[in-house]
Design a protein around this ligand. Structure first.
Ligand code: ADP
Length: 304
């Protein structure tokens, strides 16, 4: 099974002609309320593929928390370890989307940012059955690292998606605490100082990460595919050619897919090809977790 320790948000998106300027009010045309947060998105992506998935984290004791829980349950994600926090509200993102596609996003982490050591302690039984732990940076990293240590002791793998890009450099311990990191282009630049614009620069960035002690570096480059470096080798895995209309959560579907493939025992290059197919299919649909593909859809693209 797959364990995700991370964020759950309710995303409130207003669609209008243009974004408001500071101090201004604009009338928008429509809105949508949907499940979001990188933890929830990655959990739903893995569950859509058929994995047994549990999402550990926190919501507030409020209506948005109950909404998020219902949506996760409908998606087949286990919420037995998604605890209610009486002191903090459920995380939200308020998103404005203009007609030209420009967006402005404010995230209020709320209960997600209160995830701590006591949550990891309550998770103990989950590490015995989980093969893969998925982490992101929308929850406190200290809790994620504590969970990674337990995952390693239990013989499982931890993948850290360093998204959103970390504000400060990682301490030396982070590079060895997890098994893999999967930064996109801007996160790779934030972590290594190297912008991966082609295979050569991606290879250099991956080397910087492995020299810091990271076992598996995976640089995600959108339509440019991924570059990986690990003890068994390194190389480029091209993206699938699709008609992308909305890249929101492509990275989350990639990570959910990578977790799924590694948990079932795929080797790294095969797992990355599988994850690329998940990310590519996600770009062909609007929405975040709603855009995640099924196993049949991924297998059809892999065969095409
Ligand atoms: P993020 O969403 O985190 O910014 P990327 O944009 O790199 O990450 O997308 C994640 C993955 O989704 C990529 O590694 C790739 O496999 C897939 N992907 C993203 N954009 C495209 C695209 N335009 N065409 C095909 N695959 C894509």
């Amino acid at each position: 099974s797959i364990l995700v320790l991370g964020s759950v948000n309710v995303d409130i998106t207003a669609y209008g002609a243009r974004l408001p300027l500071p101090g201004e009010t604009v009338h928008a045309e429509s809105y949508a309320i949907a499940l979001g947060g990188k933890g929830a998105n990655q959990a739903v992506a893995a569950a859509r593929l058929g994995a047994e998935v549990a999402l550990a984290g926190r919501t507030g004791a409020d209506g948005f928390g109950r909404m998020a829980r219902d949506w996760l349950a409908q998606a087949g994600v286990g919420t037995g370890q998604l605890w209610e926090d009486a002191e903090h509200p459920t995380g939200i993102a308020t998103i404005g989307v203009a007609r030209d596609g420009e967006n402005a996003i404010t995230v209020v982490g709320g209960a997600n940012m209160a995830i701590g050591a006591e949550d990891v302690a309550r998770l103990d039984p989950a590490f015995a059955t989980a093969k893969v732990l998925l982490l992101q940076l929308e929850a406190p990293l200290a809790a994620g690292l504590a969970a990674a240590a337990k995952m390693r002791a239990a013989g499982g793998l931890t993948l850290l998606d360093p998204a959103p890009a970390p504000g400060a450099a990682f301490g030396a311990e982070v590079w060895t605490a997890v098994d893999a990191m999967t930064p996109n282009e801007s996160e790779t630049e934030a972590l290594t100082g190297i912008r991966p614009t082609d295979q050569a620069s991606a290879a250099r960035a991956a080397s910087v990460m492995t020299e810091r002690g990271l076992r598996i570096a995976v640089v995600k480059m959108g339509a440019g595919g991924v570059y990986w470096k690990a003890p068994e080798g390194e190389g480029h895995v091209p993206a699938f050619a699709v008609k992308a209309i909305d890249t929101v959560a492509a990275g989350d579907c990639f990570n959910g897919g990578l977790g799924f493939a590694l948990a079932r025992g795929d080797g790294l290059p095969d797992a990355l090809r599988f994850a690329n197919a998940c990310g590519a299919l996600a770009t062909t649909r609007r929405g975040a977790s709603d855009a995640a593909p099924t196993l049949a859809e991924v297998e059809a693209l892999l065969k095409a």
